[in-house]
Design a protein around this ligand. Structure first.
Ligand code: C2E
Ligand code: CA
Ligand code: CA
Ligand code: CA
Length: 279
């Protein structure tokens, strides 16, 4: 068997080794990324579908690795989750998102809500809500200005605990959004139980929305259900005017996607916000 598999192994081994080496280097690099100032945030604008008015932004993490260049969060977040570095990283994101809110306020931008992504490791910490509140107090930003994005996987990992934590977040004044909605194990029964404010319709349903009647059926069902539960809806990954028009016709509240804007660094975001106010 060793000889049989030998060829296959020889063929794939260098590639696998390179992959593993990169993962290991990224994992050890992540430990230092915060101290070395390699992390920064991009902010993707969100707008109301009807009016096109800017309503908020999602903070998205970026890592400029000294050797590998810009590494996608899709690659390094799972590594950070495995190594445990994600807890410090998520707190760093929250603190810097809050600082950005304060800075934009000082610049006279409209009072936007900034959404941050919460990982399972952070959400599951015993004093998660207290830690988050302490961070905001230190920066001087009200919880009302921050939206917590949880995926279904994060929220359903320990349903009873999650219900309590979400209630605490809500009581403290945070908005809570269910991210990537529709991709996880369905959580219909939890939707009512959890103190959720908003559903983020996953971009996988938006991508072929114009041509796929099955996606149209799923998206209209999600929106109708959200409306009857009193939840806001935002569609992710909106790339064309046709997608936006359909979503608006279905009654979706907000959108986020390249069609409105790509994620922007803070200065570009401020310019975008000022421009959109003048229209
Ligand atoms: P996500 O939370 O679903 O974020 C949306 C992703 O879709 C972002 O990718 C965004 O840049 C991308 N996107 C936005 N509009 C469009 C569009 O019109 N078309 C397409 N094709 N893509 C669009 P990004 O920034 O690469 O982030 C990937 C994932 O990494 C995020 O997915 C999130 O799960 C995770 N992530 C990013 N930042 C953080 C963070 O600060 N903390 C944690 N825990 N996870 C994060
Ligand atoms: Ca998100
Ligand atoms: Ca998402
Ligand atoms: Ca996603």
């Amino acid at each position: 068997a060793k000889q049989d598999g030998g060829n296959t192994l020889r063929f794939f081994a260098p590639e696998m080794q390179a992959h593993t080496r990169r993962s290991l280097e990224l994992a050890s690099g992540l430990k230092h990324a915060i101290e070395h100032g390699e992390l920064f945030l991009a902010f993707q604008p969100q707008c109301a579908l009807g009016s096109g008015v800017l309503t908020g932004a999602e903070a998205l993490l970026r890592w400029r690795h000294p050797q590998w260049g810009l590494v996608s969060p899709a690659e390094f977040i799972p590594i950070a989750e495995q190594s445990g570095a994600i807890v410090a990283i998520d707190l760093w994101v929250l603190e810097h998102a809050a600082r950005q809110v304060r800075e934009w306020d000082a610049q006279g931008l409209p009072e936007l809500v900034v959404a941050v992504n919460v990982s399972a490791a952070q959400f599951g910490r015993p004093h998660f809500v207290e830690e988050v509140l302490a961070t905001l107090r230190r920066v001087g930003v009200e919880p009302q200005r921050i939206e917590m994005e949880l995926t279904e996987a994060v929220a359903l990992k320990q349903p009873e605990q999650a219900e309590i934590t979400i209630r605490k977040l809500h009581a403290a004044g945070f908005l809570v959004a269910l991210d990537d909605f529709g991709t996880g194990y369905s959580s219909m029964s939890y939707l009512k139980r959890y103190a959720i404010d908003k559903l983020k319709i996953d971009q996988s349903f938006v991508r072929e929305l114009v041509d796929e009647s099955s996606d149209q059926a799923i998206v209209t069902a999600i929106i109708r259900m959200a409306q009857s539960l009193g939840l806001r809806t935002i569609a992710e990954g909106v790339e064309t005017a046709e997608q936006a028009q359909l979503l608006q016709a279905y009654g979706c509240d907000d959108m986020q996607g390249y069609w409105y804007s790509r994620p922007l660094e803070p200065q570009a975001f401020a310019a975008f916000a000022e421009h959109s106010l003048q229209l």
